[in-house]
Design a protein around this ligand. Structure first.
Ligand SMILES: [Zn+2]
Length: 341
């Protein structure tokens, strides 16, 4: 008898229910853990996702997409398999996917974090027999400082730049990270500008009742004289394009990402100031959630899967990596923006 879930060419598959989780190739039925590019792809016939994730997903797919929305902890049953979504704390609507069949329970984590950002619904730790976990930052080196400390540093950096007549440009992933920063900024330093991509996603946040500070168009800013006391929050694709940043001289370039923990990445991208803040669990967070699952078996499906699964195994946990060549291939061709999540 096959396992309840398997990894095949299109991704994580439940044969009993004939559904995939975040499939990487076009399939008939896809459960989407959240609307980031590496999980939410165009081309599936039917989608199932959390209701808060749905407007972000439709932004990518178009309004014609066949998307079924469910609430957290609502169960749908397909061929005897009970499937439900549970908060993952990563971005609004992000979900862990729970499968239950004849008393056996599997959970696919999707991306998750433990720190509560005041926007995404906090992660709910689930117990199961098999836990399929991400491990984007599954090295002991990756330990996050309290988010309040990082947010305060971002506001301080902006204020210092403004006092010297230098515009601040902050690069952040456009869905999740940008809004987390905006919500926690001390806004009395000057005007805040955002690029079109972030502005579009902000409008969905506002329609969901999530308060964000007033922002202005980055396009208009680059067409007019630079507002040197201002802060621009832009997505990586804007940084990578000739988008008029030179018109903002003098400016200071900051970036917010878990990867800013790595000095060589910061230097390579000529970032003046890196802020280490991630929407993924750090080393401590991963270990905490995995232990809380009380799972008999852990499968690591992305990130530092080799190291992390070996480390768990050495600590008496039945763990192995689930990474396939297909996922690695996709990662090589992933849009640059994804790399800053
Ligand atoms: Zn994600």
């Amino acid at each position: 008898m096959p396992e309840l879930l398997q990894y095949c060419s299109a991704g994580i598959y439940c044969q009993c229910a004939e559904v995939y989780v975040d499939p990487i190739l076009p399939v008939d039925k896809a459960i989407i853990s959240h609307a980031h590019t590496d999980c939410a792809r165009i081309g599936h016939r039917k989608y199932l996702t959390h209701k808060v994730s749905s407007p972000f997903l439709k932004l990518k797919l178009g309004s014609y997409a066949n998307v079924q929305e469910i609430e957290y902890a609502e169960t749908i049953s397909i061929n005897g398999v009970n499937i439900s979504l549970h908060p993952a704390g990563h971005v609004p609507g992000s979900s862990q996917v729970r499968f239950e069949y004849k008393g056996e329970v599997w959970v696919v984590s999707g991306d998750y974090k433990l720190s509560q950002d005041g926007i995404a619904q906090p992660l709910v730790a689930l117990q199961c027999h098999t836990f399929v976990s991400e491990a984007r930052y599954g090295l002991p080196f990756f330990r996050w400082r309290p988010q309040q400390y990082v947010h305060a540093n971002i506001s301080k950096w902006w204020k210092n730049n403004a006092e010297q007549g230098i515009h601040s440009v902050l690069v952040a992933y456009p869905f999740g990270k940008a809004q987390r920063i905006l919500k926690n900024l001390q806004t009395d330093t000057g005007h805040i500008f955002v690029d079109e991509q972030i502005n579009t996603i902000n409008s969905i946040y506002r329609s969901l009742g999530i308060d964000l500070p007033k922002t202005y168009s980055f396009d208009q800013l680059t067409k007019s004289s630079p507002e040197l006391r201002g802060l621009s929050v832009v997505s990586p694709s804007t940084l990578g394009s000739d988008y008029g940043l030179h018109k903002l001289q003098p400016y200071s370039l900051g970036m917010v990402s878990g990867k800013m923990k790595i000095d060589s990445i910061r230097r390579k991208k000529a970032i003046d100031t890196g802020f280490v803040l991630s929407d993924h669990a750090d080393w401590i967070g991963l270990n905490t959630v995995i232990r809380a699952s009380c799972a008999e078996r852990i499968l690591i499906n992305q990130g530092q899967s080799v190291f992390f699964s070996k480390w768990l195994h050495a600590n008496g946990i039945d763990a192995r990596e689930l990474t396939s060549i297909h996922h690695e291939d996709w990662m090589k061709n992933a849009p640059a923006a994804y790399m800053y999540a």
